[in-house]
Design a binder for this molecule. Structure first.
Ligand code: C5P
Length: 424
């Protein structure tokens, strides 16, 4: 169907530029030809040779190259295509587009085109959230430019986390197909912009501005003696990504985290705890909240009596028997609070079978408003980067495709913002 379709792909200067090589390959598989312009900054990240080898034709790099002008010219280049795609769309390219600057081949083609434009922004979270970028993005949306992403998550810069990761090649491909099919809006994978109910990109407001969000994440460690503990394999990736997405959506966020090896999300107040009882105390201290999300894998049991000194192996003696007692259920405790129960309480459920039925039962048992159920019957959800979830409420079930955890986080936050608004 898309055999005669072609795009003009403008590759900007950012670490995400390498993902464009994968994008070109996937486009080709779908029968969509890509002609490419590589900006000067883009050349720092991928070479014209790599781009042209994959695209199967020369890669354009310089406005003032006489050969290019003789061959085709920037006006024809920008019009002999079905769609212009800018990926990565850097803050610089976005600013040029918003103001109509035309001082190199990429910006000139963008100004000269009579075709639609789709951009995949990619930049540092602070640059993305800067008022100048907000203004420029609002302008581009007014101008009818389509936007896919950015996603929220860890940045190439160490310790940086938040909205600004370029959408993945498969997400950009999906947006390109939607744009080529004539859709006036493409499904966003948006962290910052928020979603309107139809799944379209809405204007630049922050949907959780003024809201307090409380999130638990990671495992708990239950001490046996001063050097040993009982733990589980939770990485905290999903809970931390939700905290980052909530902050990106404008909420004031407290993250109560068990012991994890990943960085604290930017712009989030993170409280570090070890045991379930410490986690409960930190959660209670952080109330009140508008939305409470319990993503932590809290240990169900702890050792009844922590040994004051290291348990020693005694020659000939039997192995010590560990008596266990039940830990407090943090989610159920908070959901049952009378005075300051958060209006929206969300739990997680990892199940291997009968996922929906168990999630429904858990919803009632724990007294929460929504269960995010994930199917851990497959491989590697704990510690992995992707998640398959079902959103289970008393009267509905919504199933999402397998998505990166950062994407689950941004979608969940958009969903909770809508639920929170609907609940008053
Ligand atoms: O009972 P189960 O562990 O399957 O319930 C999972 C949900 O309950 C998760 O949202 C988890 O964070 C929460 N939970 C809790 N405190 C516990 C056990 C689970 O908050 N002690």
């Amino acid at each position: 169907m898309s055999a005669s379709r072609s795009i003009l792909l403008i590759i900007g200067g950012g670490i995400a530029a390498y993902k464009c090589l994968e994008l070109i390959r996937r486009l080709k598989d779908r029968g969509i030809a890509s002609r490419c312009i590589l900006t000067k900054a883009g050349e720092e990240f991928v070479t014209p040779l790599a781009v042209s080898s994959l695209a199967g034709e020369r890669c354009f790099t310089d406005l003032f190259s006489l050969t290019d002008e003789a061959d085709i010219g920037h006006i024809a280049l920008s019009r002999s295509t079905d769609l212009l795609v800018v990926a990565p769309a850097t803050a610089d390219l976005i600013a040029k587009m918003a103001t109509g600057l035309a001082n190199d081949l990429a910006s000139t083609a963008l100004l000269a085109t009579d075709k639609r434009i789709l951009i995949a922004p990619a930049m540092n979270p602070r640059m993305w959230e800067h008022p100048a970028t907000r203004r420029n993005m609002a302008q581009l949306e007014k101008d009818g430019v389509l936007v896919v992403g950015p996603n929220s998550g860890a940045m190439a810069e160490r310790g940086e986390n938040g909205p600004g990761r370029m959408a993945e090649p498969h997400e950009i491909l999906a947006a390109i197909e939607q744009a080529l099919a004539g859709e006036t809006r493409v499904s966003p994978t948006i962290g910052f912009l928020g979603r309107s109910p139809g799944g379209a990109v809405s204007s630049g407001q922050k949907p959780l501005a003024g809201k307090r969000v409380l999130i638990t994440s990671g495992p708990t460690h239950e001490p046996i003696d001063p050097v040993r503990y009982i733990a589980n394999r939770s990485s905290g990736k999903q809970g931390h990504a939700i905290a980052a997405a909530a902050a990106a959506a404008g909420a004031s966020v407290t993250l109560v985290s068990g012991p994890v090896t990943i960085a604290d999300p930017a712009g989030v107040e993170t409280v570090h705890v070890e045991s379930a009882r410490e986690m409960l105390a930190a959660v209670e201290a952080a109330l009140p909240a508008d939305i409470a999300i319990f993503a932590a894998a809290v240990a169900d049991w702890r050792v009844a009596e922590e040994a004051p000194g290291k348990l020693k192996k005694q020659p000939g003696a039997e192995a010590p028997a560990l008596a266990l007692v039940e830990n407090p259920d943090i989610l159920a405790t908070v959901a049952a609070r009378e005075i300051d129960r958060p209006p929206l309480v969300v739990g997680f459920a990892a199940e291997t079978d009968n996922v929906i039925d168990y999630a429904r039962a858990k919803l009632a048992k724990k007294g929460c408003d929504l269960i995010v159920a994930n199917d851990v019957g497959g491989t590697g959800v704990m510690g992995g980067d992707a998640n398959t979830v079902h959103l289970v409420t008393a009267d509905a079930v919504e199933t999402w495709p397998t998505l990166p955890k950062a994407e689950v986080a941004t979608r969940l936050i958009a969903h909770l913002a809508d639920m929170s608004k609907a609940g008053g």
